[in-house]
Design a protein around this ligand. Structure first.
Ligand code: PLP
Length: 546
């Protein structure tokens, strides 16, 4: 019976997947999803699913919602990390499953998104043990549990359950998050920074992204309000500013100095925005950087803090990659610590710091956990923060628990400590080896999870991209995918100095996959340059090395 139900479910899933692929296939240009479509799918579908007359057009002549009648802010918003390239990759993957050998590669290598467990990274055992016990507390009363779970995971799960009203992970919590977990997180921040942290300043969130959205919602009143963002930037920022109707005020990171952040550039862009009548309300600093992987120097951070103080800006500090630093001479310093060490107290500077369970060595992206630490706002403003948080009721409890575990992992003497350290160090050391992947004549990734190489595209390739109505690096990335199965994100999705072209490639595929990626990238680049008549000498810029 179970087998029968399982097979029926598989058939239903297969049919639905095909139906959704058919919906995606609208265009026929070489760089569009439809270019890769396998028309044989259509023959296997009921005719109603591919009839040119949609069931909707039979029912009504004027659809109540069209793309044109949607909120224009939604139409303006773009999010490249999951854009067209991923749709095409998913289609290719389906082709490979249904027709092995239908493409010149055997598998799709997803290097487009910082999603470590999708690419084989294993979760930290201690974290998962605690989550399992919290979610199924009956296990705590069973004799076998002592043999299956570590003593400290049992102890931690029991104490977390004691902090949850009703001892139930299925219940809503306080809108800022469970108080006991916020106590743990505040203690973790204090231990990291050496300065006090207040649990009432912590807002637990479903990953860092909702926290960023919340801040944009609170700060942006109209398109006359601007947010200073690094370029290149992680497109959560451009997308959330667009969704909330504000103006993105770009400041460019300097590629020539390893993506340095110059305060003179901040001043220049702020003045230019003011001249256009824009009130700049906040500055976003992503440290370590995505997509650029740079780690800010302490002195540079102090300059940024002073700049925000002088200009009356909220400092939005995205610190989700705080554990991901690979250069021995670089160290993470939280902006909160920098502010306090400079003598700025709670009232001096409005600062919001974002942390996430998705990154670091834990990579628990799908559990959706994170927090923001909010300091330097009046109690009236804080009440408005709380009101907005309470509209969502609360963030998910699994994510809340994970955020507390990330900020308070096993300590020396705990039963799990050795296993935890070896899992953590194993992941970080492997990431550091993969971060050494680099192009000749270009720096390797110092932090975060990405490489962001500059690709010097010949004029003829740029013209071919224009003809295909694509940005030149999007054209390059689609051709790369088609030829090699490697998925990267075009630099145009992150912003870049006009006329320069890049792509972002994660360092997350497991180490045994890296040699294949290196040779596929190198071979493709040579062929691409040959096609557009550039000599091998020019192409050497993208010979990859480990
Ligand atoms: C710089 C940066 N900030 C925030 C996020 C959002 O992560 P999450 O919402 O999963 O915590 C990401 C995700 O890649 C990121 O790279």
């Amino acid at each position: 019976m179970r087998k029968f139900v399982g097979e029926r479910a598989k058939r239903l899933i297969a049919n639905n997947t095909i139906a959704s692929v058919v919906k995606l296939n609208h265009h026929h240009t070489p760089c569009s999803p439809n270019y890769y479509s396998n028309r044989s799918h259509l023959r296997r579908l009921p005719s109603s699913l591919y009839s040119p007359i949609s069931s909707y057009s039979i029912m009504a002549s004027t659809p109540p919602v069209t793309v044109e009648s949607l909120n224009p802010k939604v139409l303006k918003c773009e999010y490249a990390v999951r854009g067209e390239i991923v749709t095409v990759a998913q289609k290719l993957q389906q082709d490979l499953q249904e027709n092995p050998g239908s493409h010149p590669f055997e598998e799709i290598l997803y290097c487009n998104i910082g999603n470590p467990q999708h690419l084989g990274q294993k979760p930290i055992t201690f974290f998962r043990e605690v989550l399992a016990l919290c979610d199924h507390p009956v296990l705590l009363d069973k004799n076998e549990t002592m043999g299956l779970f570590s003593a400290d995971s049992i102890k931690r799960a029991s104490s977390i359950l004691d902090q949850i009203p009703g001892r139930a992970t299925g219940a809503y919590s306080h809108s800022q998050g469970i108080k006991g977990l916020r106590d743990t997180i505040a203690a973790g921040i204090e231990a990291r920074d050496g300065f006090p942290a207040d649990p009432n300043d912590i807002f637990l969130t479903d990953g860092a992204s909702p926290g960023v959205h919340m801040m944009m919602q609170l700060l942006i009143r109209s398109e006359n309000d601007g947010i200073l963002c690094p370029i290149p930037q992680y497109p959560l920022y451009s997308a959330s500013i667009a969704l909330h109707g504000g103006t993105l005020v770009r400041y460019y990171l300097d590629e020539a100095t390893g993506w340095g952040l110059e305060v003179s550039e901040l001043k220049k862009q702020l003045e230019a925005a003011k001249e256009k009548g824009i009130t700049v309300r906040a500055l976003v600093a992503i440290n370590p950087g995505n997509p650029t992987g740079q780690v800010l120097a302490e002195e540079n951070q102090r300059q940024i803090v002073d700049f925000c103080k002088e200009e009356g800006l909220v400092l939005l500090a995205d610190e989700v990659y705080q554990e991901n630093i690979y250069a021995p001479d670089k160290k993470f310093h939280s902006f909160k610590k920098i502010c306090r060490a400079m003598g700025y107290g709670e009232k001096d500077i409005p600062l919001v710091s974002f942390q996430s369970v998705s990154k670091g060595y834990h990579g628990e992206c799908g559990k959706r956990g994170g927090y923001m630490e909010v300091t330097g706002f009046s109690s009236e403003v804080r009440q408005q923060f709380y009101k907005v948080a309470s509209v969502n009721l609360c963030s998910n409890i699994t994510g809340q628990i994970l955020a507390s575990l990330v900020m308070s992992p096993p300590k020396v003497g705990d039963e799990s400590y050795d296993a935890y350290m070896s899992e953590r160090d194993g992941i970080l050391e492997s990431l550091a080896r993969r971060a050494k992947l680099r192009r000749c004549e270009l720096q390797q990734s110092r932090g975060a999870m990405y490489l962001f190489p500059n690709i010097r595209l010949p004029d003829k390739a740029i013209k071919a991209a224009e003809d295909a109505k694509k940005a030149a690096d999007a054209y390059y990335a689609l051709r790369l995918l088609d030829a090699t199965g490697v998925v990267v994100v075009p630099g145009s999705g992150f912003g870049q100095v006009p006329g320069s072209w890049h792509f972002r490639c994660t360092i997350l595929p497991q180490e045994d996959k890296i040699p294949a990626i290196v040779s596929r990238l190198t071979d493709f680049h040579k062929q691409f340059m040959d096609e557009f008549h550039i000599t091998y000498k020019a192409a050497r810029y993208i010979l990859w090395k480990l």
